[in-house]
Ligand binder design. Sequence first.
Ligand code: PBG
Length: 331
Amino acid sequence: MRSLIKETSLAPTDLICPIVVQESLTERAAIESMPGIQLLPLSDVTKEVESISDMGIPSVMLFGIPTVKDNIGRSAFDKNGIVQQAASQIKQTFGDRMVIMADVCLCQYTSTGHCGVISQGNVGAGSLHHVHDSDNDNRRFGTIDNDASLKLLTKIAVSQAESGVDVVSPSAMMDGQAVSIRSALDESGFTDTMIMPHSAKHHSGFYSPFRGATECTPQFGDKATYQVPYTNTREAMLELESDVSEGVDIIMIKPALAYLDLVAEARRRFDLPVAAYNVSGEYALVKAAATAGYVDGRQIALEILYSIRRAGADMIVTYFAKEVAGSLTET
Ligand code: PBG
C-alpha cells in the first residue's frame, strides 16, 4: 500500500555523479572533508565510469584540476587538458551509454581562483564584477572583466565538445555566458551539444569542501559580485529567466538543500528540465554527523535527495550518487 500511494520517486536515472580528475595524480587521493569521494588520476577514469554506469546512473559531471595554472586559465581550453582527455576516454569506451557533462569555468585553472579573468586595466564595454574584501567592503582588490572572461569560457566549451562532452555546464556566473557559448558551439558545428548552466548559483558557504579539494578558493576577495545572494528570490528567478532566453537546455539551482523553495518556484515557472546541485558542503555535513554517530547517514541522504525531487527537480547532481544508487534499485 505504501508503494501505491508513494508520491515522489527517486531512481539512479535521476542522478548525475560528479567526477574530479587531477592531472598530477598517479593514484586515487581521498578528500578528507568528503569521506567516500576521491580525486582520480586519468588512468582510473574509465574504471570509475564503468562502476557508475553499472549502477544505472546515466550521467557524470567532469571537473578537472590541472598541473599548470596561469592568469587566464589556458589549461582549461587545451585540447590535451585534463577534462578533455578524460572526456575523450569516456566517449571512446561508452559512446552513447554515458551522458558526459563537464564544468565550464576558469577558477581551477586561474592562479587567482576566480571564475573570470582579472582585468588588466583596459576593460571593454561589458559588465564588470568588482572583487571586494568580504570583511571590508571599502577595499577593492581588482575587477573581473566579464566579456574577456566570456571569450575564454566559449573556448573551453568548444574544446570540451570536441573531446566528446555532451552537455557543457558553465558555472562561472558571467553575464551572457550561455548565449556566448551557444553561438560558439553552433559556429563550430556542435549544434547538438547541450548547455546546462549553473543558472542560479548562489554565493554560498556550502562550496568550501569542493574548493579546498579542487584548489579553486579565491586568492583574494570573494565571489559575491558575480554569484547570486541567498537573500534574493526574484534575482534568482531573473538569472533563470535569462538562461532560458539565452537558449539553454536545462536550468539549475545551486546549492540544493537551503534553496528548495527556489527549486519549487523554478519548477512552477519554467517548462525546461530543472536540475539541482546537492553541493560538497551539503554532503560534508551529513558525512561528518554520520561519522560522529549522530545520524544514520544513508537515511539522511535519501531524505535529502527525496526532498529535492519533491521540490520539483528532474535531476540531481550529487556526491551521494554511487552510495545511494544500490538502495534505490531495491525499493
Ligand atoms: C567552480 C565550481 C564550484 C563548484 C562547482 N563548480 C566552486 C565555486 O564556485 O567556488 C562547487 C561545487 C560543490 O561545492 O560541490 N566554479
